[in-house]
Ligand binder design. Structure first.
Ligand SMILES: NC(=O)c1ccc[n+]([C@@H]2O[C@H](COP(=O)([O-])OP(=O)(O)OC[C@H]3O[C@@H](n4cnc5c(N)ncnc54)[C@H](OP(=O)(O)O)[C@@H]3O)[C@@H](O)[C@H]2O)c1
Length: 315
């Protein structure tokens, strides 16, 4: 007999955010889980199917496939992956597809994984942050934030989930401690002495699960999440403790960071400068206490680091 559980359809189920939600949904068992992927035959998709998840094909560039993927779902978790193509315009087109599909399928609750449109703080004409791609300040933030209205315009019941910097960037994004010429270790972030709201990537999905579990309470609301608010010095201290070696924080200037030249350096340099210069607003939007109510197992930076330090590559 078919399951009578409400279905949560998860975009990005094979990735960090959606994968955390799938895990939380499976542990709880209240909802049925539908994982959406472009490739149902990938190893990750097969592992999801083996754990009892319904795995369906869906591509954010193809409206028909997303309508089918959302059909019959009560809830949908929606995320885009800027770092696959570096195009805020493409992210926006994908939001439009997801919103149209959710509306057509009559989805009752969408969680949209978003970030601030930083141009509300720094208008394009203000060159305190350089304009990128002709119309963005922090492209991977702005494209998401500027697409928030699409959900409301279409009348899709939506929670706007403001996510935070993943602690995993220290493992997978090349941000871990680097060896200096004198043998000392340092982490580099151009955000002066201000606080970074961050989170373990898997905790994002667990928070999304908490939002679905709360029924309609968060529909129409913006919910900012973080597992900790830490300065560069706080992080360096935590690294020193976890690695048993002294690590110091190097507060590079944002312009120097933008000039590092790796793909996305300008976007990230602007992002850190935004964190630094509008820190009160950015931190206030992400209460750790409120996040812990959604996800009681939320990890602080030190807790995450103690469990993961051995995975951090050293350059
Ligand atoms: N790194 C950070 O600190 C941070 C912090 C906050 C927010 N973010 C944002 O997080 C987003 C990425 O999320 P993530 O880290 O969970 O991603 P991820 O682990 O890199 O995985 C990407 C996921 O997106 C799916 N996907 C990508 N393109 C798709 C398409 N066209 N159609 C259907 N599915 C598609 C992939 O599914 P398949 O490959 O299986 O199809 C995969 O599950 C980015 O936009 C980034 O800006 C990152």
């Amino acid at each position: 007999m078919a399951s009578r559980k409400k279905i949560i359809a998860v975009v990005g189920a094979t990735g960090a955010q959606g994968g955390g939600l799938v895990q939380a949904l499976l542990e709880d068992g209240t909802f049925a889980v539908r994982a959406i992927t472009r490739n149902v035959k990938s190893e990750k998709a097969k592992a999801l199917a083996a754990s009892g998840v319904e795995v369906v094909a869906g591509n954010l560039d193809d409206l028909g496939s997303m309508k089918q993927a959302f059909e019959g779902a009560y809830g949908a978790f929606c995320v885009t992956n800027f770092w696959e193509h570096f195009s805020a315009e493409k992210e926006q087109a994908q939001v439009r597809v997801m919103a149209d599909a959710a509306r057509a399928a009559g989805v009752k609750h969408v969680i949209w994984s978003t970030l601030e449109d930083t141009r509300k703080w720094v208008p394009l004409a203000d060159d305190h942050l350089p304009t990128l791609g002709g119309k963005w300040k922090v492209p991977h933030f702005d494209g998401k934030g500027a697409a928030d209205h699409v959900w409301s315009d279409l009348g899709v019941p939506t929670t706007f989930l403001l996510t935070s910097f993943y602690w995993e960037n220290f493992i997978y994004f090349g941000m871990g401690p680097k060896k200096n010429a004198d043998g000392t270790l340092s982490i580099t972030m151009p955000m002066g002495d201000r606080k970074l709201p961050g989170i373990a990537a898997g905790d994002i999905g667990a928070c999304a699960y908490g939002i679905f579990k709360a029924g309609g309470e968060y529909i129409g609301k913006t919910v900012g999440i973080a597992g900790d608010h830490v300065t560069g010095d706080d992080m360096a201290k935590a690294f020193s403790k976890a690695m048993g070696k002294k690590v110091v924080y190097h507060a590079m200037e944002p312009a120097a960071y933008r000039a590092l030249g790796f793909p996305g350096a300008d976007d990230l340099g602007n992002m850190f400068q935004f964190y630094r210069d509008f820190n009160d607003d950015f931190v206030k939007a992400r209460s750790v206490d409120r996040t812990r109510k959604l996800n009681p197992k939320l990890q602080s930076f030190q807790q995450w680091l103690d469990a993961n330090a051995r995975k951090i590559p050293m350059a």
